[in-house]
Every structure is written in C-alpha cells, then in structure tokens.
Design a protein around this ligand. Sequence first.
Ligand code: ADP
Ligand code: MG
Length: 333
Amino acid sequence: MKLSEVGEFGLIARFAPAFLKKLPRNVVGIGDDCAVLPWTRRERLLVTTDMLVEDSHFLRKEISPRDLGDKSLAVNLSDIASMGGRPRWAFLSLGLPAGVEVEWVDEFFRGLGRAARAAGVRLVGGDTTKSPDRVVINIAVAGMVRPSRVKYRSGARVGDVIAVTGNLGDSGGGLRVLLERRRRGKDEKYLVHAHHRPRPHLDEGVWLGARTGVRAMMDVSDGIDSDLHRIMERSKCGAVVDLDRLPISAPLRRTAARSGWDPFEVAASGGEDYCLLATVAPESFEPVAAGFERRFGRRLAAIGEVRPAREGLSYRLGGRPVSLGRRGFDHFK
Ligand code: ADP
Ligand code: MG
C-alpha cells in the first residue's frame, strides 16, 4: 500500500497508539500541537517540532533566505502559542546541498535571528549535514506554560463557538499567486508576503490560554477544513462553519474575483495561516471576544459552532448547507 492511500494522518494513526501506551500520567504525547511534559511544580514544558523541505514546503527560487529563516521558526512558535504557552528555546537542524552559497545561509540565519529575538527565543543547539539536492530545515522549540492554562485539541464541547484570531486564506492565496505565476500587483504582493512571513499569534495564544471559557485551541496550519477534523477527532464532536463569517481580507477577495478562485475554498483549505483556532463556551464568547478586541484591536471572529460527532463537519452559506470544493492539505495525498 502506498502512503498516498493512507495519507499523513492515517499514517500517524498507524504508529502512534503503540507509543502512547503506558505513558506516565503527567506526560501528554503524540496528538496535539505540542507534547506537554513535567517541568517544575508551577510550569509544564511544551515541545514541538516541524520540518520544512524544499519544493514541498517552499520554493527556493521564490522565498528569500531571510524570510525562510523567519518562517521556519514562526511555524514552530505558532504551535507553542496554540497550547497557551511562551516559547523559550530552539534547536535547528539543517540539511544543505554543497552548492548552496554561504551568503544564502547567512541571510537565513539573519531572518531566523530576527524572529527569535522578537519572540524572546534563544537558539541553543541543532545539527548541520549535507543533503543531496534539497534544503531541509527542522526546528524544535520548547516553551513553558502554567498547567491550568494549557489548551488542548480535546477540550471542545457541543454548543461551543468556533473562532479564529486572524484572516484566513491570505497565505493560501499567496501560494496560488506563486504557482499560477500571476502578475503581482499590490494585492498579490500582500498575499505572497502573508505566505512568506506568517506572524505567530504568540500574545493571542497566551491571552486565550488564560481565559477559562476557551476550551480547545490549535493553530491553523493545514486550513480549517483539515484542522477542524483534528479538534473533532480529539474532542469526539462535529462542527458547522458559516462560510459567510470567515474573515477574508480585501486583497484576497479582490484577487479571487480577478483570478476565478472561490474565496471560501481558499480561506477554508488554503492552509499556513498560523492564526489560532479556538472553541469557546457559548456563555463566555461575548466577554472573551470583547476582551480580545480591547487587548488586540482586532476581532475574534466567530465562524461556526461545535456540533455532535454524528454530524461531522458541514458548511453553510446564507444559513443553507453547502459543500466545499477542495479539502485541507495532506502531505501524502
Ligand atoms: P502540527 O501541525 O501542529 O505540527 P499535526 O496535526 O501535523 O501537528 O500532527 C499531529 C501529531 O502527530 C502531533 O502531536 C505530532 O507531534 C505527531 N507526529 C507527527 N509526525 C510524527 C512522527 N513522525 N513521530 C512522532 N509523532 C509525530
Ligand atoms: Mg499545530
């Protein structure tokens, strides 16, 4: 059987159960954005790792090495934010083809250094090896969180409001601009920038982590159409999403109209938004959303509701059921 038949998540489900058996009670292993490990009496250690492979995750001809360094760290920081924690330390492993220019690597580290300083993260180790022809980047980040503030994918309950902390689809739109080789006006440049320089929602994660009304949280890496399934599996629930409530930026709307894209499809399945996806107890949503807006000057956008598991994931437009064209990103499909 080929990997493309089981898919990324089918594959993880094949090996994960064996390694989850007999884990100590104070260790949370495979299945969430980070592992949660014992640390001090007052704090838990969060650890996450993400890999970026040339031509799979980035095109070396399109992204500047500085943006690539920044983005490689940002996608890991986002996982720490999604558990309600603060990132502290990073490890970087690089696989580099021998023909890569030293100046390219210098610029990569300039971008990574900038992102690390901005987040208060120190690079404390890693590994460097030769790779046959593609650049491979693996980063692991460790951070800390108070035990009472950890948010899991498994916390959602029927009736919760589903919300996101930022616009959806800008990064996916940027990728489409690159792949379709579209002429780059101001809107297209904005989308490509969103694709190359995602901002991890670190302060938003810590803030939402401290709200007891927030029940489940994760970051949007594959697009909500895929990511909501991760919450549904862990929380044993379903979800309904109102496409007309998805926060879609004006540049994405305009570019979609010009390019013949379905803006809802880009927003729901584009991926790499790296904002946060949370479910909030219905009675807490109003105060949490009002506090969020005061603190961040932006809306916490309600996009749907948690439903019973048997309903699966469904979409509505103008209150009527609709289906979404494309599915979220899976590495092997
Ligand atoms: P994320 O996108 O937040 O990094 P995923 O949903 O892709 O997380 O991964 C699901 C879970 O599977 C995570 O807990 C991750 O650590 C775990 N995982 C993925 N690949 C492996 C692997 N090769 N070995 C061990 N755990 C893995
Ligand atoms: Mg994640």
